[in-house]
Design a protein around this ligand. Structure first.
Ligand SMILES: *Cc1c(COP(=O)(O)O)cnc(C)c1O
Length: 357
């Protein structure tokens, strides 16, 4: 075995996909499987398909292309609008794009027509999170402009909360989206098939039975992959929170003073660190760093281990109180949160190992 590695328990992801899918079905919702946190790992996508999603979604064209090449025939959704220079590529592998600019929709329409295709778009509405989306009052006019573009089919509207502004999805926000939908239908003169209500931060609403009828789907990544809702990061009942685990090896285990010695300036990332004097402590350096993982997003599985910090290539852990005797070559394991998983998945230095049942 080579380290560092991230093991992926696809059985747990499959279980989470089925659990979340049933949860949504009880509120009349379908789920769209979002696989961007794993860089579109095809085996993770296959596991998510066990929950019978409406589509597989990703923010990157490359990941959806890889999914297509792995043999997936169902609907693909691009979560981040394609750059104008990449609309031709997008229409090759993507069926539906989330957009918020008429210019992008026009470029997609042109690229689709050139290939004798039609491209579906979901127009995003900014309900306050202030990432992508047109303002609610402008949505009917923009929708009319998008719907008139040859080669483009306006399939619906959508919104995204709790990403940039950390705005919590509420029943009121969902009702506002449904009001926008009605105004859009009046403006374009045909009914919208889809109302895409949000992401894993909407799960608490579903659990409380507060999703209003009319929202057709949620786009879910974190809740299926990590088993957590994304508003307060609690585990969803019946889901596994440890489908992904990081394993890294100790390359130094030495007892040292917990306080640095000398005049304190900036650390490797321009921060001025603060230390607590805990006397001499046994510490392990693991061969993984900020280039591969967000150290603040790691929860040690081994009892008595805490993460102290990291530089680009070194992760420093306090192992003074570890139950197991940590030595050079010891392997410590961690459960990553979303931010840690994102970097682990992206790092070419971290081997991905799919756990076979
Ligand atoms: C990433 C993303 C999602 C999925 O978010 P999760 O919190 O992982 O469920 C949904 N919609 C959009 C537009 C996204 O960018």
């Amino acid at each position: 075995m080579k380290y560092p590695c991230m093991s992926i328990d696809v059985e747990k992801i499959r279980h989470n996909a089925v659990t979340v899918s049933r949860l949504l079905a009880a509120s009349g919702l379908r789920f769209v499987a979002v696989n961007k946190a794993t860089c579109g790992h095809p085996e993770v996508a296959r596991a998510m398909l066990e929950g019978d999603p409406l589509a597989v979604a990703d923010s990157r064209i490359e990941n959806l292309r890889r999914l297509r090449e792995s043999g997936y025939k169902g609907e693909t959704v691009l979560l981040r609008a394609p750059s104008p220079s990449r609309c031709a590529e997008a229409v090759e592998v993507v069926d539906t794009s989330l957009v918020s600019e008429v210019a992008i929709a026009a470029a997609l329409g042109e690229a689709a027509r050139a290939r004798g295709k039609e491209h579906k778009v979901i127009l995003m509405v900014d309900l306050g999170d202030r990432r992508e989306g047109v303002l609610p009052e402008d949505t009917p006019d923009v929708a009319r402009a998008v719907a008139s573009i040859p080669g483009v089919r306006l399939a619906g509207i959508g919104t995204n909360l709790a990403c940039y502004g950390a705005v919590i999805p509420t029943r009121e926000k969902m009702e506002e989206l449904l009001e926008v939908k009605e105004k859009v239908e009046e403006a374009v003169g045909f009914p919208l098939e889809r109302v895409s209500g949000g992401n894993s931060a909407n799960i608490p609403l579903v659990l409380r039975g507060e999703m209003p009828r009319g929202i057709t789907e949620l786009r879910l990544g974190e809740s299926v992959i990590l088993g957590t809702e994304a508003a307060e990061r609690t585990l969803i009942p019946g889901c596994f929170g440890d489908a992904f685990t990081l394993h890294a090896e100790a390359i130094e285990v030495i007892t040292k003073p917990s306080m640095p010695s000398g005049k304190i300036g900036q650390d490797a990332f321009g921060e001025v660190p603060v230390f607590v004097d805990r006397g001499n402590r046994k510490r392990a350096i693991l061969a993984i760093g900020r280039q591969d993982v967000d150290p603040d997003g790691l929860t040690p599985i081994d009892k008595g281990v805490t993460v102290l910090g990291a530089s680009s290539d070194h992760l420093i852990c306090d192992v003074e109180d570890a139950e197991e005797d940590v030595k050079v070559g010891s392997v410590l394991s961690f459960v990553p949160n979303y931010s840690a998983l994102l970097r682990l998945a992206t790092s070419p230095y971290v081997e991905k190992v799919v756990k076979k049942p």
